[in-house]
Design a protein around this ligand. Structure first.
Ligand code: GLC
Length: 714
């Protein structure tokens, strides 16, 4: 653990005897001072009440539904598998207990506690943020700072640097639950290539496994898996298989037998391995709270890394439980009793609810136990750490197995701390326009909680996507570090070529736009990680005024870009709030157009065949030519689009993209400065990147005059 005095405006308060979650990496120096928190201990709970003034905004809370300003809603931190993200839902897959109350003054709070917390953020009484912590043992960090950006940065510093994937993880990935065999996967790959649509990899869902058994490969559907993986990889295509939390109970299955022998599974109240039911039927859950189990499970990824796999998604790790046998039997008995009866509304509803409420009952989580430092602790008490520790286990295993080569790793469930071990996707959203809008708003909130390698299921997971929705969603997702089009079994095909020729052509352009922007997106990602800064910010973090606070469907990426995704059908454009004069940029079939826009509210056309964003005055963005994958990106010629009124600076970060050498200072920077002179520009370049030979500039000024310049770099 690093030593870091909790000064710098950060104070830690300890209540009772908290479980160490590992969320914070800096040494805690517990404050003896009194704080002004209004905490009321009641039964086994603790209630905190924070007064909100009318102008206060509340930010943070990571992977939750709702707005960027969290006011006016209820939230709950209790990792849950709920595939129907409707407006009334209070909890999703993650438990991210960092938030900022920002008004006249701003203050950050982090509640370091591993199980249920409920938040009423001015829902019942708009003047209060009421928090109910389901326990009395926790730490609270209070972070003072000048503004929400400064507070977020301080928080990012104490929780440690986010996970860094390989550069190829910034490419475009196709996925679906239901690519049932090698032929299906190959067909997807061929169709992308034949249609000149860039593709970095294909995620493999459950279908690749033998009977839903972790670390197994179906001989019937994926025979010769190793050759298959390596042939595709040679060609520049990665396969990313899924791993589920539950291990199938089956004699003769090596993982099950080793788990029993090594005492790696959570236990029930009688001390027997706990049995829940998920995809394969009965499963046991590895006790990831135990270090031996983390190391054991992590080492099992070898079955797949030996085949050439370098990326994984950990799923169902809230953990999701379809049912527990006893409760299914009770429901069946009740149904049998009612058979032939004339059911009224109440008995009919009870019958139905007995089945529909079988999944993920609180009772299940209260009935199985972890071994935490020799103590028997129910899952309920440490519930939110399960996905976190599963992903830590995978990270530890993969770091060894891949000899310190970077890997792609995402998880569905998470809590703060896990951000150091992997990224997350936002779970089972739907092919709804409102979920595209939700996707925009979740990005800055997740960043504030440390999660940087993030993205939603592009096109939506549940339901049937149409071509327009996919296109509009791509126009957002090409800016998110994780870019994956994924959909559920039974839903309509969702690949860019599954719709019309026009949708395919538009998707191709937009995905190519992503590849063009990878130098910038990667650079911003890495600088955010290394400097404890946000990659995505709400407008209100940078600009003053009511509109900056209220406009939440435009967000800032780095210090240069503002993105303005369209999240309504049938729209040819949208109203954009420009907090200052900016340059409207459109990537259109590898060409680029630009236009200076006055500050204020303006209607901006945004067609389905373009990729549009704004860049701020006196900034620039680097880009390159599109390519079919990251490996083939042009490393020699860099392009720069600059919007210069007086002077613009940019520091482009790059590294080898595969190793951890960057942590030892082996990275490259290209510092570019453009200074406006009477009728020309002076360009200064200070470059340590050995691959860059030429930089070509397109420089636009406030009068829309364009100058092209070319510089060779030695
Ligand atoms: C879960 C995941 C989803 C996956 C499915 C089948 O619902 O969230 O992404 O496709 O399980 O494995």
């Amino acid at each position: 653990m690093e030593t870091y005095k909790m000064n710098n405006g950060i104070k830690v308060f300890k209540y009772g005897n908290p479980i160490e979650t590992g969320a914070v990496v800096k040494e805690k120096v517990i404050s003896e001072e009194k704080n002004d928190l209004d905490i009321n201990f009641q039964d086994k709970h603790s209630n905190i009440s924070i007064a909100l003034s009318p102008e206060d905004m509340v930010y943070g809370l990571g992977g939750n539904l709702g707005e960027i300003n969290k006011r006016g809603r209820l939230y709950e931190s209790y990792c849950t598998d709920d595939a129907c993200h409707t407006e009334d839902k209070t909890k999703l897959y993650s438990a991210h207990n960092f938030f900022i109350v920002s008004g006249e003054v701003s203050r950050g709070y982090f509640i370091d506690f591993p199980t249920r917390i409920k938040y009423d953020v001015g829902y019942h009484d708009k003047n209060y943020l009421n928090i109910k912590i389901y326990g009395q043992d926790f730490y609270i960090y209070i972070i003072e700072g000048d503004n929400p950006t400064n507070i977020s940065n301080k928080f990012l510093e104490i929780i440690g640097k986010p996970y860094v994937p390989p550069k190829w993880a910034f490419g475009y990935f196709q996925s679906r639950w239901g690519y049932k065999d090698k032929e299906d996967v190959k067909k997807v790959y061929d169709t992308f290539r034949n249609n000149d649509i860039p593709l970095e990899g294909i995620y493999l869902d459950l279908d690749y496994m033998d009977n839903f058994k972790d670390f197994s490969i179906s001989e019937e559907r994926f025979s010769g898996f190793k050759d298959f993986v390596n042939e595709l990889k040679e060609d520049g295509l990665y396969l990313v298989p899924i791993i589920d939390a539950g291990v199938k109970v089956e004699d003769g299955y090596d993982i099950y037998e080793e788990g029993i022998k090594g005492d790696h599974f959570c236990r029930d109240k009688d001390g027997k391995p706990y049995e829940g039911v998920v995809w394969p039927g009965k499963v046991h859950f590895p006790d990831f709270m135990k270090e031996e189990t983390q190391l054991w499970f992590g080492s099992k990824y070898k079955a797949l890394t030996d085949c050439g796999i370098e990326g994984f998604w950990n799923d169902m790790n809230e953990p999701a439980i379809f049912y527990q046998e006893k409760y299914l039997n009770q429901a069946i008995e009740y149904a049998n009793e009612k058979k032939g009866q004339n059911l009224n509304v109440y008995s009919y509803f009870e019958l139905k609810d007995n089945f529909s409420n079988l999944a993920n009952k609180d009772l299940y989580y209260q009935s199985f136990y972890h071994n935490v430092d020799g103590k028997k602790v129910s899952n309920d008490e440490v519930h939110n750490l399960y996905g976190y520790y599963m992903t830590k286990s995978a990270n530890l295993g993969l770091s060894k197995l891949l000899n310190d080569k970077r890997f792609l790793l995402i998880s569905r469930a998470s809590s703060i701390g896990m951000h150091r071990y992997g990224g997350i996707w936002t779970g089972d959203n739907s092919s709804w326009w409102s979920h595209l809008e939700q996707n925009i708003k979740m990005m800055p909130s997740l960043n504030m909680c440390g999660f940087f390698y993030i993205g939603g299921d592009t096109g939506g997971f549940g339901g049937h996507c149409n071509g327009e929705l996919l296109t509009r969603w791509l126009q957002l997702s090409v800016f998110t570090p994780l870019l994956r089009n994924h959909t559920a079994i039974g839903s309509a095909n969702q690949e860019p070529y599954a719709f019309t020729e026009e949708v395919m052509n538009n998707s191709r352009n937009i995905i190519k736009g992503r590849y063009m922007l990878i130098p910038y997106i990667y650079s911003e990602y890495m600088k955010a990680v290394n400097n404890h800064k946000l990659m995505f910010k709400p407008l209100s973090f940078e600009f003053k005024g009511d509109l900056a606070k209220e406009v939440e469907d435009q967000i800032l990426l780095g210090d240069q870009l503002m993105i303005i995704p369209i999240h309504h059908p049938n729209h040819k454009g949208r109203y954009v709030y420009l907090p200052e004069e900016m340059l409207e940029v459109s990537f259109l079939k590898e060409n680029m157009t630009s236009l200076v826009r006055e500050k204020g509210i303006q209607y901006v056309n945004y067609n389905l065949d373009e990729l549009k964003f704004f860049i701020r005055k006196d900034t620039m963005i680097p880009y390159t030519k599109p390519s079919k994958n990251v490996k083939e990106l042009d490393q020699n010629t860099l392009s720069v689009l600059a919007y210069v009124d007086k002077e613009a600076k940019y520091q482009l970060y790059d590294d080898d993209g595969v190793s951890y050498d960057f942590t030892k200072g082996k990275s490259f920077t290209t510092k570019i400065k453009i200074i406006k002179k009477a009728d020309d520009y002076e360009i200064q370049v200070d470059n340590t990147n050995p691959t860059i030979e030429n930089i070509s500039f397109k420089i636009v000024d406030s009068q829309n005059n364009i100058k092209y310049k070319e510089i060779s770099v030695d």
